[in-house]
Design a protein around this ligand. Structure first.
Ligand SMILES: [Zn+2]
Length: 409
């Protein structure tokens, strides 16, 4: 089976071209550029011999029938939306690679035992409605009435936007796929990190997608005059917050690699009253904590507290949200590694520090991900880049993996 490298690359360039011209590469879900990209994708799916439909959450699906009746579907894809001023590969690389496999099946006359579906999930990136991974949430029944009622700046609800994209929000009160309906889900994606590039390896076998916990960190002191309050009489909440931030960084450095991948970031901070001539009386921060195991996620807040001696200042940690770590399915990760071996492509296991549609797919199916390198590990920026060879190697591993799973599952 021949995966056409130049055609795959041309598909990436065509899809990337559906961008807001004033801000490449921007293709926000529900935007005119997004609609145009999807119209092109639907035609490309059809030309590859796939039966094209939108499901109730406006996930774009192209399906090829399987030879053996009654078998569950093999699924591969990703998303074609981007963050504002994002890159040309995040998301569409996985859709284009799955499409290339469908084309190769058709052109080589290869019959799979299982049905095969290429999926372009709706709105994986954080949408203007405040929800991310909209389409993949729906397949697992994780799009709640509260999510559907969220609005964008213009007051449109997510439900209305899904209907505008061709979905049927009234049917989203139940999972769109049941366990057993999907034999396996395999997603190719750029790594969005530097591990593969640094190791000189073309293929990453994702073994887990980190869990993400967000916590509100609040340091309380007392607001006083910056000139007339001596140093020994202050309760400076921002000076305390600085010690908390340093402790967050030190703790994550100490924990990571033993054995979990751990990263922790204080990326959002508000000081009150935030005036040049006032001792800060209160600081509110958000801790973004990611780890390869739920136990590490759970232990972090108490460890942090034990490391922060803030004296008379108040320090509270309150959970905001928790998405548990996702383990990729062994049969899928083993198939990916074996496929890379057969193709003579070096590989290593690694965690994904970013969330993906595969997190939701894993709730209803054995799921795995193939990472390909991206230059300097940069992603969600216009400079995001991988080479035609790197993309093609990843797509070949995807195809080989799917052929293998089709034989064995
Ligand atoms: Zn992505």
């Amino acid at each position: 089976m021949n995966l056409d490298r130049d055609r795959l690359w041309a598909d990436i360039e065509t899809l990337a071209g559906f961008t807001r011209p004033d801000s490449p590469w921007t293709r926000r879900a529900f935007s005119p550029e997004f609609d145009a990209a999807r119209a092109w994708l639907a035609r490309a799916f059809a030309e590859a011999g796939l039966a094209v439909r939108l499901d109730a959450c406006a996930n774009l699906i192209g399906r090829r029938a399987g030879a053996e009746p009654g078998l569950p579907v093999l699924m591969s894809g990703s998303h074609c939306d981007t963050v504002p001023a994002g890159g040309r590969f995040d998301g569409i690389a996985g859709v284009a690679a799955a499409l290339a496999f469908a084309r190769a099946l058709r052109e080589s006359g290869t019959a799979l035992r299982h049905p095969f579906e290429v999926v372009d999930f709706l709105s994986e990136e954080p949408s203007d409605y405040g929800v991310s991974s909209v389409g993949s949430r729906a397949i697992a029944g994780r799009l709640s009435p509260e999510h559907l009622a969220m609005t964008d700046a213009a007051g449109e609800t997510l439900a209305q936007a899904i209907a505008r994209a061709g979905g049927d929000p009234a049917a989203l009160d139940r999972p769109l796929r049941r366990p057993g309906e999907i034999a396996a889900y395999v997603e190719l994606h750029i790594e969005q990190g530097r591990v593969l590039e640094a190791a000189g390896l073309p293929i990453g076998v994702v073994d887990r997608i980190v869990g993400i916990a967000r916590h509100a960190l609040v340091v309380t002191g007392r607001t006083d005059h910056a000139g007339s309050t001596p140093m020994d009489a202050r309760l400076d909440a921002l000076a305390g917050a600085a010690r908390v931030i340093a402790a967050v960084e030190a703790l994550a450095r100490d924990l990571t690699g033993k054995p979990d991948y751990v990263v922790a970031t204080v990326g959002k901070i508000a000081a009150f009253p935030n005036a040049a001539n006032a001792v800060p009386g209160r600081v509110e921060m958000v801790l973004d904590l990611r780890a390869g195991s739920d136990a590490t996620l759970a232990a972090f807040p108490e460890l942090l507290k034990s490391r922060c001696d803030l004296g008379p200042l108040g320090f509270e940690i309150a959970p905001i949200s928790l998405a548990p770590a996702t383990l990729c399915a062994k049969p899928v990760t083993e198939a990916i590694a074996a496929a890379a071996d057969r193709l003579g492509l070096g590989h290593r296991a690694l965690p994904s520090g970013a969330g993906h549609d595969a997190v939701n797919a894993a709730l209803v199916a054995p799921a795995g991900m193939i990472f390909i390198p991206c230059r300097d590990g940069r992603s969600h920026v216009p400079e995001e880049w991988c080479s035609p060879e790197e993309l093609h190697d990843g797509a070949r591993v995807l195809a080989e993996t799917l052929l293998d799973l089709d034989r064995r599952l």
